[in-house]
Design a binder for this molecule. Structure first.
Ligand SMILES: Nc1nc2c(ncn2[C@@H]2O[C@H](COP(=O)(O)OP(=O)(O)OP(=O)(O)O)[C@@H](O)[C@H]2O)c(=O)[nH]1
Ligand SMILES: [Mg+2]
Length: 444
């Protein structure tokens, strides 16, 4: 839960750790009063940059740069003080604690951006774009989130909202003042609604790609023990991440790492080899259950079998369970045998043979999951609000086609207006709001 907006809050805005510079940000009415108690220069003016000392009981703690901002010209729309100190966990925490001792309280997750929203510095889709930008797992997603931050989605949704509002006004005016205002033609209402629905559909057409961008793609390695899953996992990451041995059943836990493949975050997941025999102990058995679960949730399965052993009955069984998914089939250890497969890429993790071809194939399968260039990135909350807007408009359209009285049609258009307003946050409940900002990190 987020506390009162009237308090003055403080937090470290940079990642915790040792770096060149850390930033502590204070926001609220008491910001200037607080810095006055701690800083060597007094009575700061907004819009200037100050260099000086942070003091505690007349003792110098750090040499810092201070940037004061006066409401409403700041990120949060409140009085803000940014303190740039030397990076380092101890010094940064010390200065943060001094701001608290002098009257601020620790900020909660997303509280700065929540204040920016409540003070009308940004609308909700922009606030969510900040969240996306922070958590962006690939470059492409970061670039598109930044566009949303500059208002791309809000502008389009704002236009649609205005069109719904105009239509509603025309209908209501005629309902309320039948002597003075002529009611709009039914054909006009139908055409207008159809056009609006088309615009919503256009934004929604990017939903699937948006979700792929947001969540990334899961690529799961699957196959019998010892076929070379962990060896391939390491080769794809260019890293000795997973343990590789000639003992069947080496990997027990699920290991995952994320790669940026053509701007899309691809999480490669190594799993325990799937087998069903008396040598399987309790730990491996749990690992095998995980493998099966991850395979089912995968966007792409990399199915491996050992070319030296040939395609066994067990391989066939595992393949049966994935064949309805998007899969790539590869036969490993081609350096050890003259056997070749007709329906799989033959690779060797020892010599690197055909790994390029496999990588290319993985890249293609990732790109094919991401069907279009994404013009509007939306999250599931926004998609739901847009779907509800559309459903209300469809009801209004059907009512108009049936030549229902316009007073009745206006009810559905009103609810469409409510739903579209949720996207930018004109109409929003506290629950939704807290849910959104709870996903932020502290200091943003
Ligand atoms: N010669 C050769 N050996 C390989 C190749 N791929 C893997 N190996 C060897 O096969 C053994 C098993 O490899 P892993 O990568 O651990 O196999 P895994 O599928 O992860 O096995 P589990 O974790 O037990 O399911 C290791 O000794 C690897 O060095 C290959 O292409 N050629
Ligand atoms: Mg393994």
């Amino acid at each position: 839960m987020i506390n009162s907006i009237s308090d003055t809050i403080s937090a470290i805005a940079t990642p915790i750790g040792n770096g060149g510079v850390s930033i502590i940000r204070i926001s609220g009415d008491k910001s200037f009063e607080i810095i006055n108690k701690m800083f060597s220069t007094k009575n700061l003016e907004a819009g200037r940059i100050y260099h000086g000392w942070i003091n505690e009981n007349n003792e110098k703690i750090d040499d810092v740069i201070v940037l004061p901002f006066k409401a409403p010209n700041s990120y949060t729309g409140e009085d803000v003080i940014e303190i740039q100190c030397h990076g380092g966990i101890h010094i940064t925490n010390k200065i943060l604690n001094l701001t608290i001792q002098n009257g601020a309280r620790y900020a909660e997750k997303g509280e700065y951006t929540k204040r920016a929203f409540l003070n009308h510095k940004m609308d909700l889709s922009q606030a969510e774009a900040v969240l996306d930008l922070i958590h962006a797992r690939s470059e492409k997603f970061a670039v598109t989130s930044a566009k949303n931050l500059f208002g791309k989605l809000s502008i389009e949704v704002g236009k649609i909202r205005q069109e719904i509002m105009d239509l509603l006004s025309k209908i209501i005016a005629a309902v309320d003042f039948p002597e003075d205002v002529k009611e709009p033609e039914y054909s006009y209402i139908e055409e207008t609604i159809e056009q609006i629905i088309e615009k919503i559909n256009y934004i929604l057409s990017f939903s699937k790609s948006s979700n792929v961008f947001r969540q990334g793609i899961k690529i799961v390695l699957a196959g019998r023990p010892n076929v070379g899953k962990s060896s391939l996992f390491n080769a794809l990451l260019n890293l000795e991440r997973a343990i590789v041995t000639d003992i069947a059943g080496t990997t027990r836990d699920v290991i995952q790492e994320t790669l940026d493949i053509d701007g899309i975050a691809a999480t490669i997941i190594d799993t325990a080899g799937i087998r069903d025999d008396e040598n399987v102990n309790k730990v491996e058995a749990i690992g095998i259950d995980y493998s099966k679960k991850y395979v089912q949730e995968a966007d792409v399965v990399l199915f491996l079998y050992d070319l030296k052993d040939g395609y066994t009955k067990e391989d066939e069984e595992i393949f049966e369970s994935i064949k309805d998914k998007t899969y790539i089939k590869a036969a490993t250890k081609c350096d050890l045998t003259a056997n070749r497969a007709s329906d799989a890429i033959c690779i060797s993790l020892k010599t690197g043979e055909n790994l390029d071809i496999l990588k290319e194939k993985i890249k293609k399968s990732v790109i094919s999951q991401n069907l279009t260039e994404v013009e509007f990135i939306t999250n599931q909350r926004q998609q739901k609000a847009l779907e509800e807007t559309k459903n209300s408009l469809i009801n209004a359209l059907i009512a108009a086609q049936n030549k229902e009285i316009q007073d009745l049609i206006s009810i559905d258009i009103k609810s469409a207006l409510m739903f579209i307003s949720e996207v930018s946050g004109e109409v929003i409940t506290d629950d939704i709001l807290n849910n959104i900002f709870d996903n932020f990190c502290i200091g943003k």
